[in-house]
Each structure stands twice: as structure tokens, then as C-alpha cells.
Design a binder for this molecule. Structure first.
Ligand code: AMP
Ligand code: MG
Length: 344
């Protein structure tokens, strides 16, 4: 069974978004894009269909360049030319891959967009999920070194040095798309909105129309069916992204396999964390950090976060402990019916 966690998070946003007394109800639209429910909620008045269409149109452009599922994407052109030749790509695809590689270094390889062969073998988000045998994973791991991705800035080309390599931007493209959708909304005159692309959230406007902070419910990893929260975060920065083991997973013979891969083993990361939520000023980067910290685990994850500026996080462990970085002490409110303990 394959389940996407987008619906749960969406509920979180809507509930926490609150209705402002006296002002218009929020207006929302959802489209299936980038393999997830992509929702835009505009507050403070209906902007009209053309505005939603412009924002979603921009997301579709990104999807058509960066998605593995779309045969003709630039990403698939790069992948098809693996071991053969460099492929010229658009400025934005180049920038996204360049950024991904920069953080691959910083995260000790835990954020790795070259994991495509492994992710394909598991097929967790696809129609034929399976558990690949260890020998197969070991062989495929040979093809997942991100240092074998060669970028040429002047030519704007990407080259995968070895045949069989596959880039997968699933851990970063949604975040970039959320940034771009928000930018389009602002350009179109929208002052207040939340963009929620399967758990990658970007706010438009520092505050809600009623002057309060945007409030985002952080999904309880142990109670996804009810859409319960570990807590609620009042936003200081516009981007909030969660990576959790409950978002996409596959159940086989009573074992549950989630979608975030540890590049050392080629298997779903077992780091002791159940979810990582990152708040910062750029959704693409929040997307990277949440995945990286999930793989790194509590201690190494907190160390990684410390070397970054302006990046805050909420880490939920398998022992129901909740860790916050210093900047969130006053803006995160614990919930979860006493299940969780806030660690100081
Ligand atoms: P996220 O939901 O943002 O944590 O990203 C998970 C998605 O990114 C997966 O569905 C894969 O497509 C891809 N992915 C899985 N593991 C990794 C990893 N260690 N580094 C980069 N991308 C990954
Ligand atoms: Mg991510």
C-alpha cells in the first residue's frame, strides 16, 4: 500500500489557518502536481481563477523540467545521457541541481540527488513497490556518488559520469516550486496566502490579514489518520518543510518502509527520528535540510543545523521526544495530548 501524507498536512494548515472575524473566508485550490496534492490557500479575498492558474502554471513548468515521472523532462534527458554526454538544461534546473550538490557536501552526503537508482529499485511512490535484495542494493549504491555529477556553469550542462546513474529531485523540487508559486502570487498582487505542496509550505505575507502570525500544525507522526498535531508553530519566517517517515511508505509482510533513503545503506533511514520540520526563508533549502537532518539523526542533525544561519527546526524522535532549535522556543506550542515531551 502506498500512502501520501499530503492530505494530513493540508488539514493541519487549514485548521491552524483560522478564519478571521469580519474578513472573507480563505479561498483554496488543489491540483495534483509534482506527485502530490498541491494546494494554494489565499486569504483576505478571492483573487480569481486567473491568479491561481498563473501560480499552478508555473508549478507545471517546473514539474515538466524536473520530474522523473514526466518522460520528456530535462531531468530525464540528463538521466538518459548518463555515461555518454553532458546535457544542456534551463537556468533553473541547473540552479536546483547546483544547490543540491552544494548541500550534499555540507550534509556529509546524506542529502543526495544521485540516489535515483536506489529509489527506483524500491519504487515506493510508484505502482510496483518492492523490497530489493541486499545484493541488488549494494550494486546500485556504486552508481549513487553525487561527486560523479559534473556541472559546467559556462555551458549550463549536467553530466552523469557513469552509465546507469539517475538523478532524482524529489527531495528538493517541491520546495523550489513552492517558492516560485509564492513569487507568482505576489507578482499578481496577492498579499496573504499559504502554498502547501505536500508538506512544503510557503507563506505569502509576514502575517495573516488579522495581523496574527501564520500558524502551522506539525503533524503527529503517530496519529496521521486524524491529522493530529505534535504542536503548532507560529511562523517567523515564510518557509516550513517537514520530512517524515509517515509521508510516503510501503507496507510489505508487516514491515513498513518509508521514502527517505540513507545513502550509506540504500535503505529507508533508521535514524531514530520520525519527523523533521525546518523553518527558514527559502522553501527549496528547507526541503533539503529537512531530508538531510532526517537521515543524519538527532545529534548529527543538530550539529548540521548549527552550521547554518537562520535555519530553525523541530525534531520528533521515535521516543516521542521533541527537540527545538533555540529560535523556536517561543513560537512552538506543544500539543499531542501529553504523548510528547519537549526536551530542553
Ligand atoms: P522529502 O519528502 O523532501 O524528505 O524527500 C523525499 C524524497 O526525496 C523521496 O521521495 C525521494 O524522491 C528523494 N530522496 C529520498 N532520500 C533522499 C536523500 N537521502 N537525499 C535526497 N533525496 C532523497
Ligand atoms: Mg526534502
Amino acid at each position: 500500500m502506498v500512502v501520501a501524507g499530503a492530505a494530513a498536512l493540508l488539514a493541519a494548515v487549514t485548521v491552524a489557518g483560522c478564519r478571521d472575524a469580519g474578513s472573507a473566508s480563505p479561498v483554496s485550490r488543489t491540483q495534483l502536481l509534482l506527485g502530490t496534492n498541491s494546494t494554494i490557500i489565499v486569504h483576505g479575498g478571492d483573487p480569481g481563477d486567473a491568479v491561481f492558474d498563473a501560480a499552478f502554471g508555473r508549478v507545471r513548468e517546473i514539474q515538466d523540467k524536473m520530474s522523473l515521472q514526466y518522460e520528456d523532462s530535462e531531468l530525464n534527458e540528463i538521466n538518459r545521457a548518463a555515461g555518454r554526454e553532458p546535457v544542456e538544461v534551463s537556468e533553473e534546473t541547473f540552479m536546483v541541481i547546483e544547490t543540491a550538490l552544494e548541500y550534499a557536501e555540507l550534509s556529509h552526503g546524506t542529502f543526495n540527488v544521485a540516489l535515483g537508482p536506489i529509489i527506483r529499485a524500491w519504487g515506493i511512490a510508484g505502482d510496483n513497490p518492492r523490497r530489493p535484495p541486499d545484493e541488488e542494493l549494494l550494486e546500485l549504491l556504486e552508481l549513487t556518488d553525487y561527486r560523479d555529477v559534473e556541472l559546467n556553469r559556462d555551458e549550463r550542462t549536467v553530466f552523469l559520469r557513469r552509465e546507469g546513474m539517475v538523478l532524482d529531485l524529489g527531495g528538493i523540487a517541491k520546495g523550489y516550486a513552492a517558492d516560485e508559486a509564492a513569487r507568482v502570487l505576489e507578482e499578481q498582487g496577492v498579499e496573504y496566502a499559504l502554498v502547501d505542496f505536500g508538506g512544503d509550505i510557503r507563506a505569502v505575507g509576514n502575517r495573516r490579514p488579522d495581523g496574527e502570525r501564520w500558524r502551522i500544525g506539525i503533524q503527529d507522526p503517530s496519529d496521521t489518520s486524524r491529522g493530529a498535531f505534535v504542536g503548532v508553530l507560529g511562523l517567523e519566517q515564510p518557509s516550513v518543510v517537514t520530512s517524515g517517515d509517515y509521508e510516503r511508505f510501503l507496507e510489505l509482510d508487516d514491515e513498513v518502509f518509508h521514502h527517505i533513503i540513507d545513502p550509506e545503506t540504500g535503505k529507508p533511514a533508521v535514524s531514530g527520528l520520525r519527523s523533521v520540520t525546518v523553518e527558514t526563508d527559502n522553501t527549496m533549502k528547507a526541503d533539503i535540510h529537512s531530508t538531510a537532518v532526517f537521515v543524519l539523526g538527532l545529534e548529527r542533525g543538530l550539529e548540521y543545523l548549527e552550521q547554518l544561519n537562520g535555519v530553525e527546526a523541530i525534531l520528533v524522535t521515535g521516543d516521542d521526544e521533541v527537540y527545538l532549535t533555540a529560535g523556536l522556543q517561543d513560537t512552538f506550542e506543544l500539543r499531542g495530548d501529553g504523548r510528547y515531551t519537549l526536551m530542553q
